[in-house]
Design a protein. Structure first.
Length: 263
């Protein structure tokens, strides 16, 4: 790779893929199935680091957490920081609080903090905002929603939907993302594919390599806002998730690698 962060690629032979997230803790992760099936090397390196907003700083937002009957989570990080803030502020969450999650995996993560009951935990069918909206729409009457998100990464589509559907809601910024140093990993190896999961990850790429040029590198994005960030940066996006047939980045990569291997 060139010093300015350019990466060259031949999509007919994918060898190395950079996943801009931490390495999965379990060896049973489906990512490793991809490695074996297509004989590719996956390198995991987070492009962003999350920094929790201290309770004393959160108090300035004047958010009365106990006043909300429903909470919206789009990531496990949001769940972690929500319950961290509650603990730091000694707030007890009502047992009948409803939780609306972007995916089943995020919803199941709640088991770490609450007694999981189907009657109060809801999630979208395919990991898209729309499927989560469909669920919220069925339960929005008389609910007061708290949308837990990053200070610099809230999903504008969710905010717009809540406004347009006249939902009573408030944003709760409980953490923020900062760019991680990725120069070491990207300077050591050439990557044929780079997968992004947040707009902040795309920002981190340019924070590390201001003159980054795509030069044929295949880019993947999870989520509409991440896709927009890549396209607004003037880069070409080839792998998109979630989609009806590819609800996860793993399935989107699987589809892409299967197509490439046929060429």
């Amino acid at each position: 790779m060139a010093k300015n962060g350019t990466v060259s690629s031949n999509t007919h032979k994918v060898k190395r893929i950079l996943i801009s997230q931490p390495r999965p803790e379990s060896d049973k992760s489906p990512y490793f199935d991809l490695e074996r099936r297509y004989s590719v090397e996956l390198v995991f390196h987070p492009f962003i680091l999350l920094e929790g907003i201290p309770a004393r700083e959160f108090r300035r937002q004047k958010v009365d957490i106990a006043a909300f009957s429903a909470v919206i989570f789009t990531s496990r990080n949001a769940i972690d920081h929500f319950f961290r803030i509650c603990e730091e502020m000694k707030i007890t969450i009502a047992q009948d609080t409803k939780y609306f999650c972007i995916t089943e995996a995020v919803a199941l993560y709640l088991q770490k903090f609450i007694l999981y009951r189907k009657r109060k935990v809801f999630y979208g069918a395919d990991g898209t905002n729309k499927s989560m909206f469909d669920v919220i729409n069925k339960h929005k009457e008389n609910e007061k929603f708290l949308y837990v998100c990053s200070e610099n990464q809230q999903d504008n589509e969710i905010v717009t939907w809540l406004k347009n559907n006249k939902c009573e809601f408030q944003l709760a910024f409980m953490y923020r993302s900062i760019s991680n140093d990725v120069t070491s990993v990207m300077s050591k190896k050439d990557f044929d594919v780079i997968c992004f999961f947040t707009p902040s990850g795309v920002k981190s790429l340019f924070d590390n390599f201001p003159s980054f040029q795509q030069n044929g590198t295949v880019l993947g994005a999870f989520g509409g806002n991440t896709s927009k960030a890549i396209e607004q940066a003037g880069l070409q996006l080839l792998i998109k998730a979630p989609a009806p047939k590819t609800p996860s980045m793993v399935s989107a990569l699987d589809q892409f690698l299967a197509q490439v291997s046929k060429k």
